[in-house]
Each structure stands twice: as C-alpha cells, then as structure tokens.
Design a protein around this ligand. Sequence first.
Ligand code: ADP
Length: 329
Amino acid sequence: MFKEQTKKKFLLFYVILIYVFAFLFWWNYLLYSKIEQHYSDLVKFESLKYEVYEGGTSMDFKSTEDFQVLNEKFKRQKVMILTEGIVFFIILTLGMVKIFQSFKQEIAIARQQKNFILSITHELKSPLASIKLMNETLRLRALDKEKQNQLIASSLSEVDRLENLVENILIAAKIENDQYGFTKEALNLSVLSNQIVTYYKERKEMDLSADIQDDIFIQGDKTCINSILNNLLDNAIKYAKNSAVTITLKQTKNKVELAIADTGPGIPKEEHSAIFNKFYRVGNEETRQAKGTGLGLYIVKQLVQFQDGKVDIEDNLPSGAIFKIIFNI
Ligand code: ADP
C-alpha cells in the first residue's frame, strides 16, 4: 500500500517535471523564433522605407546607422532570451532537485517511523510479558531463595530496559520540541564516568574496563552525560555481545576526550554518517536480531552537541567500534 502510493507520487512528479521542462523549452524556442521573425520583418520594412525615401538599395541600407541600431537591438534581445532561458532552466533544475531530495527524505522518515512503531511495540511487549511471567512464577511456585533472587534480578533488568526505552522516547520528544532544559554546571566527568562504570559492572553482564584520568571537569549537564554514556554502553552490550569494552577519559590542552571502545563486529564505513539519524537502524527490520528503536545514537549526537561537543565513530582494530566524544574546554 505504502509502496504503491509512493510509486504513484513519483510517477506524478516525473510527469509534471517532464511537462514543465518541455513547456520551458517550447516557450523559449517560440519566443526566439518570434523575435527572429519580427527582426527580419522590421529589416524588410525599414529597408523598403529607405529605398522609397532615400532612393538607395537594400544593400545600402545595411550600412546605415539605423540598421546597426536595429541589429544591436536584435542581438541584445537574443542574448536576453537565451540568458533568461538558461537562468530559468538552472533555477527550475535546482528547485526540482531540492523537491526531489525532500520528497525522498519524507519517504525515508515515513518508512523509519513505520519501523519505529513496529519495533517499539515489540520493545514494550516483550519485557512486559517476561516481567508478568516471572512475577506469576514467583507467586504460584514455592521456589528456593536463590531461584527467587534470580527471577527478581531478571525482572529488575527488564524494568531497566523499559525505563531506558521510555527515557529515550521522552528525551527524543523533548529535543524535537526544543523543550530539553539544560543546566550548565561544573561537572567532574571523572567521578561521573566512574559511577557509571561501577553501576554497569554491578548490574550488567559485560567485560568493562576503564582508563579514567582523575578530576577532569567540563561545563555540562549531568543528566545529559548519563544518558549519553548509558546509550553508548547499552549499545556495546547489545551489538558487541560478550566483547571487551573500554571507557577512556583523558584531557589534552583544551579538549576532553571520552571514548567508548568495543571489540564487537564494528560498524561498516558507509553507515557511519547515517547511524546518528533519528530512527535509523543498520540492516533490515525483518532480519535484524537485536531489537531497538533507532533513537539511541540520535539522542547521543543531539545531547553531545548541546554540550558543545562532537561525536565521531572510528574503527577499533582488529574489530569493533569506538565512539569518541570531544568536549572543548
Ligand atoms: P538501536 O540500538 O535502537 O537500533 P541506535 O541509534 O542506538 O538504535 O543505533 C543505531 C544502529 O547503530 C543500530 O541499529 C546498530 O546497528 C548500530 N550500532 C550502534 N552501536 C553499535 C556498536 N557498538 N556496534 C555495532 N553496531 C552498533
């Protein structure tokens, strides 16, 4: 249905495009031939006038000043029509290219939004279903203490997942509506990073190591930095499963560099720029294993920019991805 509608819209666009260009060429050609015709009629008329009143020949007329004036005027008109035609052609082409690009963009966004609805439904349904199942098991079965603790821990981790998801949707909506309020305060990024590392080590199953310089300060928003690190570390868990992850924080002269490196499969070069777009996910929604919404890296980029920073992806050799954030201080 969506594809059919898109095809129809594109077809209509091409038909209008061909019509407009054909129209432009036709009117330009018509105008050009009309002034040519007008010029030759005028030369004939003036030449006749010259023969009658001055007694000369049509050849003599061509050497008169009147003919030169006529000729110059014709040349100017020719140049004017051609230049206007070319300028109009360029403006029309640029306009059409822009319309075509935004048309394609709209279609991509519509497709991604459709995927987002599909993935978000799954993302909400599956943790809710497993929380329900675990709670029912706890209620109905007489389990030993260790089993109970295991179920409670799994349940809490699903709640974490839901919380992060809702948090990301909320942040994305706030960014979109320019409602994200930031506080700029002196933040000890070293302390904050260490706290997050401790939290992840305690709560998540991951091989996380840290190389964090002490007392590195930036002017920024604590919630933002938390959200940036949460999203990057969650992605490392999700996409670079069981791989070693390192978080590095260091300061050079006037820059602070925060990097999260994993040793997973990495991200293909051709995806590096698109990956930060809203709803963008690598690969195909039907075949993709890891679930998600395509909001994580969009939020990371926006929040880093709000802190006057910059985020980049590099390849981690021999394999993996490095997300490098630079804050100017
Ligand atoms: P989501 O995880 O919800 O799909 P993100 O915006 O966080 O959305 O990530 C966008 C895409 O980037 C993911 O679909 C994934 O393919 C890719 N990606 C992100 N982080 C990593 C990583 N550490 N390793 C490999 N691929 C990654």
